[in-house]
Ligand binder design. Structure first.
Ligand code: ZN
Length: 118
């Protein structure tokens, strides 16, 4: 079995076998010392999502979240002009929440240097 031999060689070279199977041939994938994830059976190089570029994933989560919070903030600020005084407290609390979430999103983005839409 040539495949088994290749796997043994990969392990000897310091590669680790991963739980994920190769998307093209279902053989076990190996992570090499270089960080490259490769199938020793068919030679396919596989990118494991969420491991190599976590900051990009975070950005893709934060961006729609930020948009949504801005949307809520816009609605809340519009409501402040329309509502009776009884609702002002609740609306202001909502505005406050939105602003602090936005601030946190921007701090996280700054810290991880994820590029924003602005
Ligand atoms: Zn393969």
């Amino acid at each position: 079995m040539a495949e088994v031999k290749k796997m043994a060689e990969a392990l000897k070279a310091g590669a680790t076998m991963l739980a994920e199977p190769c998307p093209s041939c279902s053989s076990p994938l190996f992570r090499f010392k270089s960080g490259e994830v490769r199938c020793v059976s068919c030679g396919a190089i596989v990118k494991i999502v969420g491991e190599e570029k976590p900051s990009e994933d975070l950005g893709s989560i934060l961006q729609p979240l930020e948009r949504k919070v801005v949307e809520i903030l816009a609605k809340a600020s519009k409501r402040l002009e329309e509502v009776e005084s009884a609702d002002v407290e609740a609306t202001l609390a909502l505005v406050d929440r939105c602003l602090s979430i936005l601030e946190r999103i921007r701090n996280i983005r700054k810290a991880s240097s994820v590029k924003g839409a602005d």
